[in-house]
Design a protein around this ligand. Structure first.
Ligand code: SAM
Length: 189
């Protein structure tokens, strides 16, 4: 069934094993050039929590995911951490943040859902707040392991963000293959 992959204990355990050794350290290094230490940061789709741990070294970070199984794992692994059940589409929280970060999460949103998420991110950011998101680069969409995957080009991401955010950088990077990913860093207008 579409959307179930991150929702069962078996698949979450499998994902955590597959993702071992991968993290967003380089992405966070880039974020740190524009977002000061000790800023408040919301991470969307923390998943296994590797990036949450790195963000937690520099920032006042709140982790989140829409999967109860991932949240159980995050809370068990990081008893002193703060985690919320949040859906990237709606981001139902009254809290405000200086930055919002996600690594390979936003591609699970359909175009209309991404637009809705961007609007909510704008709402919950403090003035001049920073967003930092990674995407799979490409065109079109597919269903992979029962999950919706939306690919983006630089031009297409610019269209989504440029009305409400000043794009500070939008660059290719390599996750598995050369140029298979995009990192967007932008500031709230
Ligand atoms: C590919 S994993 C990436 C996890 C982590 N950011 C990393 O880099 O390892 C996608 C994560 O996003 C979460 N996710 C997927 N759709 C989501 C949504 N609509 N709202 C919040 N989290 C979502 C999944 O539960 C999973 O933890």
């Amino acid at each position: 069934m579409e959307g179930e992959y991150y929702k069962t204990k078996e698949s979450v355990d499998e994902y955590i094993k597959l993702a071992e050794g991968f993290n967003g350290a380089d992405l966070i290094k880039t974020l740190k050039k524009v977002l000061s230490p000790n800023s408040t940061v919301l991470e969307i789709g923390s998943g296994p929590g590797s990036d949450w741990k790195i963000l937690n070294e520099s920032y006042n970070v709140l982790g989140s995911d829409n999967s109860t199984e991932f949240l159980n794992h995050l809370i068990a692994e990081n008893p002193n951490g703060e985690f919320l059940e949040l859906d990237a589409k709606t981001l139902r929280t009254d809290k405000k943040f200086d930055g919002i970060y996600s690594n390979k999460v936003m591609h699970h949103l359909r175009n209309n859902e991404l637009a809705e998420s961007i609007k909510r991110q704008h709402d919950i950011l403090n003035p001049k707040g920073i967003i930092c998101h990674s995407f799979w680069k490409g065109e079109g969409s597919e269903v992979f392991k029962g999950l919706f995957v939306n690919y983006h080009t630089k031009a297409n991401l610019k269209k989504f963000y440029e009305d409400s955010f000043e794009i500070l950088s939008l660059e290719d990077y390599q996750e598995f293959d050369e140029g298979d990913s995009l990192l967007l860093i932008a500031k709230k207008k």
